[in-house]
Design a protein. Sequence first.
Length: 329
Amino acid sequence: MKNKKRLNPDVWSHVYGIVSVVGLVLTITGGIFAIVKGDDKHIEIVISLTCIICVIMIVFIISWLYYANRLKHLDTLPLKYHQVEGYAVELFEEKKHMAECLHTIAHYNRNLLNTLQKVDVSAITEKEFEELVDRFNSFLINITSSLRHYYTMASGAVCSVSIKITNQDELLVKTYFRDPISLKKRRKSDNYYPTKSGAYNIFENTAFSIILDPSYSNVFFANDNLSELYHAHQYENSNPEWFNHYNATIVVPISIVTGSDERNIIGFITVDNNKGELNDTDKVEFLFAVGDLLYNVFEKYFEICYFVDVNKKKNGQFEHKEFEKISWN
């Protein structure tokens, strides 16, 4: 049995149009003949039919134009579908990397905190302290690398991660650790400050001062166009090298709330890049979660370091470069 070929629906629309035009022409022709012959009775009928056909044609033309326009939009549906599908895939991958990153950080954080809590600082030896410092540095390498990987993927631009620490009265801040990849590129920037420790006034950076200022409701800083903010006199950074490295950033505190209006801030986590796509709720809240996780680890580790610095170093029992990293002199 042969397959029947069906006409394209567009062909039928042309057929309907032609038939309507032919009907109108015939009606008008009949009307003209009726007028010539003076047949009043047929003239009224012809005029009525002509009006009806005209109305039908107008409705047809309007309907045709309307649905032709709608059909054009249907042609874009496959493209829109692929765009939405692509966005959904990207979103899924971002959330997957976020979960993996958080799992990695939580895993190493738990293990390190468990180790730190078992340390007997009064009896710690130089070798044990060396091993503890190495383990803490490995921990920082893991978490900064994981954060760099996630934020680079999520923002679509190469990101850098750093950890800043503050002194007890929160008047000074300095870079304590950078992710291994950006460390070399940022070394010159970190060495800009003349003090041996690399510390500078915490209020010379808008991000830190906003976080510390109780008049601001947000205890974070995030912006995707720092250059614009800077030229509007709304952003300050005492390090002149900043614009060579980034134009967008997220800064959250490593802190704990100690009272209704009090917060103990050990330091800050910063993520930055040159292109933006950092200032959104998911990325900010995720970094907040990491900052909360790190607080107990940093507090316990610094407690051990300060104890060893005071009781071991000053007694001449042993020296370690870690003492310089946490020093504010």
